[in-house]
Design a protein around this ligand. Structure first.
Ligand SMILES: Nc1ncnc2c1ncn2[C@@H]1O[C@H](COP(=O)(O)OP(=O)(O)O)[C@@H](O)[C@H]1O
Ligand SMILES: O=C(CO)[C@@H](O)[C@H](O)COP(=O)(O)O
Length: 477
């Protein structure tokens, strides 16, 4: 019987499962299942969705290995029995914005700029509300009874891998460098946890922090567990898994100088670097990848849902929305959307709201509103790309992925707005593909070459004015 590998992407809105040939990467089966809405989610909902998708995909019996990639940063707290203490706080939950400010100030002994420098030097990143450490501080401040029960802390992909293994022993929890690097208590070197920073986050001393179980950080193709009998009758190895952005980088085979631009719930511009990257300005997160390199990225809280919310308000489907946007001229008749519907992280404005500006009696048409929406989304990605180049990412080309890349209007506008050539592979699940490629690495003992064809997107239209207006409103929304 042919043996395959499986890749899972447990992302914000849904879980996707791909079963692939380990040598070629050819997808043989796939399925997905929805996650609940909200920025606070019971992890059991992810497991229920995963079980549904695994059943739809025909199970894992013909697989040699499986890896789980997942939304980064989500805080999963476990008590001494391995039970989840409270719903996970997700990367896009901004309640810990003040906690982030406090942590910066405290590490800088009252000096904010010194604090930013110190965090960036230690972990590669200056904490914002998305990062796990800030969520821990929020729990310590607001739910001390829950903080007192913490025996282990893990991330969405760690918890799902653990559940797949069937183990109830907290000491068997595992993770990888890419996801650990998004906690804000993992060293920039990729070598070790920073218990001093974990202690700071939880307001406990370092010795007490060392008593908390953190998942063991596996090497890129290391496997310590197999999938439990509950899910398969075969021996299926569980790979280390990774954060979703590292999964995409692996799925696309990203090379330095080429950025992935992902339009999911989050908008992400990410690029591989062979050297650690740290940005004291806080715009770029100095994360790590799933191969032993680094993966600096700039991430926005708003991306594909910008289109969702405006299309819903206009009561049109995606297709009609795209048709409307494509009928208007570049510049949307002078209308600008500052798209901070969910607050924003890049720039760091957690309390921000969205606004349309520049509307008058003539230009306020459905066509211009749809176009301004897509241009606002693309301009926000340009902001993220510029931030990446500020720290020396040297982005010369980009690859467009994520659910938002299905918009024909966005694919038409994005390349001229980003100012670099952009290619787009067939719409697909590139995070899950990266997880499957990691599983193939585990199964075969070496990282197989998988290729993805991508078409170059058009580069027409003058967006100078669009970009100028977007830049003027970026902080003055
Ligand atoms: N035809 C389409 N046009 C525009 N956006 C689309 C289309 N189809 C799906 N999407 C977007 O895809 C998004 C989900 O993308 P996905 O990458 O799966 O997100 P996440 O990884 O955050 O769960 C939805 O918010 C939806 O807006
Ligand atoms: O917070 C980040 C990266 O730092 C996000 O990219 C999350 O990892 C969620 O990703 P999506 O579900 O939107 O793909």
């Amino acid at each position: 019987m042919t043996k395959y590998v499986a890749g899972i992407d447990s992302s914000t809105q849904s879980v996707k499962v791909l079963v692939c040939d380990p040598n070629s990467g050819q997808i043989v089966r796939q399925a997905s299942a929805k996650h609940p809405d909200g920025t606070e989610v019971d992890p059991q909902a992810w497991l229920d969705a995963l079980e549904q998708a695994l059943s739809e995909v025909g199970g894992l019996d013909d697989c040699l290995a499986v890896s789980v990639a997942g939304q980064q940063h989500g805080m999963v707290l476990l008590d001494e029995k391995g039970e989840v203490i409270r719903p996970a706080l997700l990367w896009n939950d901004t309640r810990s914005a003040k906690a982030a400010e406090d942590l910066i100030e405290e590490l800088g002994n009252g000096d904010v700029e010194a604090g930013k420098e110190a965090w960036a030097k230690a972990t590669g990143s200056v904490p914002v509300a998305s990062f796990t450490a800030t969520k821990l501080r929020w729990v310590a401040d607001n739910e001390p009874e829950n903080a007192a029960r913490i025996r282990a802390i893990c991330l969405p992909h760690d918890w799902l891998s653990w559940k797949l293994s069937g183990s109830e022993d907290l000491n068997t929890l595992t993770t990888d460098r890419s996801d650990a690097s998004g906690t804000a208590y993992f060293d920039l070197s990729g070598d070790h946890y920073r218990y001093d920073l974990l202690a700071l986050a939880l307001k406990i001393d370092e010795e007490a922090a060392k008593e908390i179980i953190l998942p063991r950080v596996l090497a890129p193709s290391e496997s310590t567990q197999t999938v439990s009998e509950k899910y398969t009758k075969s021996e299926v190895k569980i790979g280390p898994g990774c954060g979703d952005n590292a999964g995409a980088a692996l799925g696309l085979g990203l090379e330095p100088g080429v950025a992935s631009v992902s339009l999911g719930t989050s908008g992400v511009v990410a690029a591989v670097s062979s050297q650690p990257v740290s940005d004291p300005s806080g715009l770029v997160a100095g994360f790590q990848d799933a191969t032993g390199n680094w993966l600096p990225l700039a991430c926005t809280l708003n991306a594909s849902r910008i289109v969702d919310v405006v299309a819903r308000m206009m009561q049109v489907d995606y297709r009609t929305f795209d048709e409307l946007a494509l009928k208007a001229e570049p510049g949307a008749g002078g209308i600008t959307l500052t798209p901070y519907f969910a607050g924003e992280r890049t720039p760091n404005l957690p309390e921000a709201t969205a606004s349309f500006t520049g509307m008058n009696m003539e230009n306020t048409t459905p066509e211009n509103l749809a176009r301004a929406t897509c241009e606002g989304l693309c301009a926000l990605m340009r902001y993220a790309l510029d931030a990446m180049n500020e720290v020396g990412a040297g982005i010369e080309q980009a690859v467009l992925i994520g659910g938002g890349a299905k918009s024909t209007a966005v694919t038409e506008f994005i390349s001229p707005i980003l100012g670099v050539p952009v290619t787009a592979p067939e719409p697909g699940e590139y995070v899950a593909l990266g997880a499957a490629r990691q599983a193939a690495w585990v199964a075969l003992g070496e990282l197989p070459e998988w290729t993805t064809d991508a078409a170059e997107l058009p580069r027409k239209g003058d967006y100078t004015e669009t970009l100028e207006r977007a830049r003027n409103r970026a902080l003055d929304y």
